[in-house]
Design a protein around this ligand. Structure first.
Ligand SMILES: Cc1ncc(C[n+]2csc(CCOP(=O)(O)OP(=O)(O)O)c2C)c(N)n1
Length: 589
C-alpha cells in the first residue's frame, strides 16, 4: 500500500482500525481530539463522544471485559477524571485488548496545567508506550492491543502535542477480521470486592516483573550507536526527535518506546558503554530518576528545562550557550496573539454583565470558550481550576465569603458540555446542601472550544447520526431546582440577563440561569445575522464604553469608536451598551 501523510492522532486511529478495534470512546480535549474525529470515519468501529473521560474509559473497559478490542482517548487532564476506573482496570485486566490514550500538553498550549502522565503508568502499574512519530503512532497502537491481550492489562499510549499534531509519512496496513472473544463470567477477575482485589494486586505485580523482563529485548526500544561511544543520550517520544535534530549522528541514542516498566538491563548496558550519559526528556525527570536509581550518574534536568516543550534550538543552547554576538535565529519570537472571544460570540453578553458587576460578585468560572472572560476588558471570572469546578468551587467559595461576613454574592459558571461532563454532580450538591448561589450554564449548543463536538445536549452524535438531545431545563428541574428558580435567557439580551441575575441574587438561595444561544460559528448559524454594526461618527461621544465588550470588530480609530464591517457579525450586543445610540445596524452586504 502507498504511504500516506498522517498526523500522530490520525495514525493512532488508523492503528486502532488495523488492530480490529470495535469500540472507541473519548471526551474531546486538545491535543487528543482528532483521534476520535478520525475514527468516526471508520464505520466498522462504534465510536462515540462520551459525557466525560471516566465514562469513556468505563465504556471501553466494559467492552474489553466483554471480549472485543476497545480504545479510550483523552487529553492529559482527562486521565485525572478517568483515574478511578484506570487504576482498578489494571487489577481486572482485560479480555479483548484495551488501549488508553493520554495526550499530554507540555507547554500548556491549550490546557490548565502541564502534568506529565508518565507517572500514571507507574501509579496504575500499567505498561506504557510512547511513540515518537506518526509511523510509530500507527505501529505502537496496533502493537498495544496485542501487548494488552498478551499481558492481560490495559496499555497506556502516551502522546504529546508535537507527536499528536505533526504529520509524517506512514505505511498503512490492512484490517484483519476483528478478534472477538466469548464473554465469560469470571467474578474473581472482574468483580473487585476486597477479597478478590487482594490476589489481583499480586497478579499485577507479577505481570510487571514479566513486562520489565520482556522489555529488555522488546522491539519498542532501540540503540543507535555513534563511534566512538563518547556521549550517550537516553530519550523517548518527541524529545527523541528534538535531540536528533539538535545533535544528529554525533552522539549515541537509546530511544525508548516501552517506557514502563523500564528495561533495567538495557539501560545498564547502554549506560556502561558510553563515557558521558545525558537524559533528554520533556517534563519531569521521569527517565532520569530511573537511571539514577539504577546507580548511573547522568545529566538531565540540570541542563534541560522541566517546564514547557523542548525544541532543537533550546537543546543546542542548553549544551552550548550561543555567543551574544551571534544569537540563534530561533531566538526571535513571533508577536503574542492572545486568544479572544469571536465576534458575535453569545458568551460575550453575560460575561460583560458579570464583569460590570465584579465589585459585588465573586464568580467561579470553568473551562470552555468563556474562560476567555478572565482577562481585560471583560474581567468576569475570579477563579478557574478544572472542568466542573465552576459549580462545586462556587459552593465552597460561598461558604467562605459567608464565614468572613463578605457581602459579595457568588456566581458559578460553566458551559453545556461541561455541565454534562461534571457540572451535574456540583448542581446535585448545591441543591442538596441548599447553597446560596446563582449558577449559570452558558449553553451554546456545542462543545465549542475544542472544535464543535457533540455532547449529550446536541441532536447529532460523533458519527453524524441523530441522537436524543437532553432537555437541559428538564434536567435542572429534575435535579431539584424549582421552576421559579430557573431562568432561561438569551445571553446577548442585556436587559433580560441583568434582570434574571438581579432577581436571582436578590431572592437568595439557589437559582440557575440557562443562557442559551447557539455558537456563532456553528454551520447552522451561517447567515443568521442579517445586519452589521456601524458607528455614527456624529453621535460617538468617545467614551470607549463599547470597547469594554472586548469584541475584535471594535476599535478606537481617528478619535472615535469604529466597527470593522468585515469582522462584525451583527450580534448587536455593543449597541445595547452604548449610552448615546451611536451604534446603528445596517443591512449586511
Ligand atoms: C478534564 C478535561 N477534559 C477536557 C478538557 C478540554 N476542554 C476544555 S474546554 C472544553 C469544552 C467546553 O465546552 P463547553 O463547556 O460547552 O464550553 P464552550 O467551549 O462551548 O463555550 C473541553 C473539552 C479539559 N480542559 N479538561
Amino acid at each position: 500500500m502507498e504511504k500516506i501523510l498522517l498526523s500522530g492522532d490520525e495514525a493512532v486511529a488508523r492503528g486502532a482500525w488495523e488492530a480490529g478495534c470495535l469500540v472507541a470512546a473519548a471526551y474531546p480535549g486538545t491535543p487528543s481530539t482528532e483521534i476520535l474525529e478520525t475514527l468516526a470515519g471508520y464505520p466498522e468501529i462504534n465510536s462515540r463522544w462520551s459525557a466525560n473521560e471516566k465514562v469513556a474509559l468505563e465504556v471501553a473497559g466494559g467492552a474489553a471485559l466483554g471480549g472485543v478490542r476497545a480504545l479510550a482517548a483523552m487529553k492529559h487532564v482527562g486521565l485525572n477524571v478517568a483515574a478511578d476506573p484506570l487504576l482498578t482496570l489494571a487489577y481486572t485486566g482485560v479480555r479483548g485488548g484495551l488501549v488508553v490514550v493520554s495526550a499530554d500538553d507540555p507547554g500548556c498550549h491549550s490546557s490548565q496545567n502541564e502534568q506529565d502522565n508518565r507517572h500514571y503508568a507507574e501509579l496504575a502499574k500499567l505498561p506504557m508506550l510512547e511513540p515518537a512519530d506518526s509511523q510509530e503512532c500507527l505501529d505502537f497502537t496496533r502493537a498495544a492491543f496485542d501487548l494488552s491481550e498478551r499481558f492481560d492489562a490495559p496499555v497506556l499510549l502516551r502522546l504529546t502535542t508535537r507527536v499528536c499534531h505533526s504529520k509524517s509519512l506512514v505505511a498503512p496496513g490492512a484490517r484483519p477480521k476483528p478478534p472477538i472473544q466469548a464473554y465469560l463470567r469470571d467474578i474473581k477477575k472482574y468483580a473487585m470486592i476486597p477479597a478478590f482485589a487482594r490476589p489481583r494486586h499480586a497478579a499485577v505485580e507479577a505481570k510487571l516483573r514479566q513486562l520489565a523482563d520482556f522489555n529488555n529485548d522488546s522491539e519498542f526500544n532501540r540503540i543507535e550507536w555513534d563511534e566512538p561511544k563518547k556521549i550517550g543520550v537516553i530519550t523517548s517520544g518527541a524529545a527523541y526527535q528534538q535531540a536528533r535534530e539538535a545533535f544528529g549522528d554525533t552522539v549515541s541514542y537509546l530511544k525508548l518506546g516501552l517506557t514502563y516498566p523500564l528495561p533495567g538491563r538495557l539501560l545498564a548496558t547502554f549506560a556502561r558503554a558510553v563515557d558521558r550519559l545525558y537524559i533528554i526528556e520533556e517534563g519531569d525527570p521521569y527517565l532520569e530518576k530511573a537511571v539514577r536509581a539504577l546507580g548511573f550518574d547522568c545529566l538531565g534536568k540540570e541542563l534541560i528545562p522541566l517546564l514547557g516543550e523542548l525544541d532543537a534550538a533550546l537543546l543546542r543552547r542548553a549544551f552550548r550557550p550561543p555567543s551574544p554576538a551571534r544569537p540563534l535565529t530561533s531566538l526571535i519570537q513571533p508577536p503574542p496573539r492572545p486568544p479572544v472571544l469571536c465576534a458575535g460570540c453569545p458568551h460575550r453578553g453575560i460575561l460583560h454583565i458579570l464583569g460590570q458587576k465584579k465589585k459585588d460578585l465573586a464568580v467561579f468560572g470553568d473551562i470552555g470558550c468563556y474562560s476567555l472572560g478572565v482577562q481585560p476588558p471583560l474581567e468576569a471570572l475570579d477563579a478557574l481550576i478544572c472542568m466542573g469546578a465552576g459549580f462545586s468551587g462556587a459552593i465552597g467559595l460561598a461558604l467562605a465569603l459567608k464565614a468572613a461576613g463578605d457581602q459579595r454574592k457568588v456566581v458559578g459558571l460553566l458551559g453545556d458540555s461541561t455541565f454534562y461532563h461534571s457540572g451535574l454532580t456540583g448542581l446535585v450538591e448545591a441543591v442538596h446542601s441548599q447553597a446560596d448561589l446563582c449558577l449559570c450554564i452558558l449553553d451554546n449548543s456545542t462543545t465549542a472550544m475544542t472544535g464543535h463536538q457533540a455532547n449529550p445536549g446536541t441532536a447529532l452524535d460523533l458519527m453524524g447520526r441523530p441522537a436524543p438531545a437532553l432537555d437541559m431545563a428538564a434536567v435542572v428541574r429534575g435535579l431539584g431546582v424549582p421552576a421559579d428558580r430557573l431562568s432561561l435567557v438569551d445571553p446577548l439580551d442585556r436587559a433580560a440577563v441583568t434582570e434574571a441575575l438581579e432577581r436571582s441574587l436578590a431572592a437568595g438561595g439557589l437559582s440557575v440561569i440557562i443562557a442559551r444561544r447557539p455558537c456563532v460559528l456553528l454551520k447552522e448559524m451561517r447567515g443568521a445575522f442579517k445586519y452589521r454594526g456601524r458607528v455614527a461618527p456624529d453621535k460617538c461621544q468617545k467614551c470607549r464604553l463599547c470597547l469594554k465588550v472586548g469584541c475584535l470588530a471594535l476599535s478606537f480609530r481617528d478619535g472615535r469608536a469604529s466597527i470593522d464591517p468585515t469582522a462584525c457579525l451583527g450580534c448587536g450586543y455593543c449597541r445595547s451598551v452604548c449610552g448615546f445610540e451611536a451604534i446603528e445596524m445596517e443591512e449586511a452586504q
